[in-house]
Design a protein around this ligand. Structure first.
Ligand code: ZN
Length: 145
């Protein structure tokens, strides 16, 4: 493994052990549950959306280290973003996971550490779970506005 792989491995473990934005919100605008039966990963995701932006993110769940650390990284990256920007970011991450785009560290923050997961097709769904939940939550919210 290269030094960069080691660093990324550390980041993934750090987010897995110490999840950012873990928990539920007091007054979420929208809540969704997604799961990945292939691996047994689950996520419950809540967003507080105010003035067209993600004011707060909360998540709970269980599953493998990839799925749970990804939820933590996703929450950190999306919190505070306008919805259109957040949706663009989710799309960028999806394309990175499918090997169609190079990860942009400036946009993805710590989630850049998950880029290597694209090499392991069975784990891609683990990494994408929380991001697809976020997209679902944002689109759900938009249709109810
Ligand atoms: Zn998994």
């Amino acid at each position: 493994m290269s030094a960069l792989d080691d660093l990324y491995q550390e980041l993934i473990l750090d987010h897995y052990r110490n999840r950012r934005h873990e928990g539920v919100l007091e007054r979420p605008s929208v809540a969704v549950d997604h799961n990945n039966p292939l691996c047994g990963d689950q996520i419950h995701l809540e967003l507080l959306i105010e003035d067209g932006r993600i004011a707060e993110v909360g998540h709970t769940g269980e599953g493998c280290s990839i799925s749970q650390s990804s939820a933590s990284m996703m929450s950190e990256v999306l919190a505070g973003r306008p919805l259109d920007e957040a949706l663009d970011l989710v799309e960028h991450f999806r394309l990175v996971m499918h090997g169609d785009e190079q990860a942009d560290e400036d946009r993805l923050g710590d989630a850049v550490a998950l880029e290597g997961v694209a090499k392991y097709p069975v784990r891609i769904k683990c990494a994408l779970l929380s991001w697809m939940a976020a997209k679902d939550a944002m689109l759900n919210h938009n249709t109810h506005e």
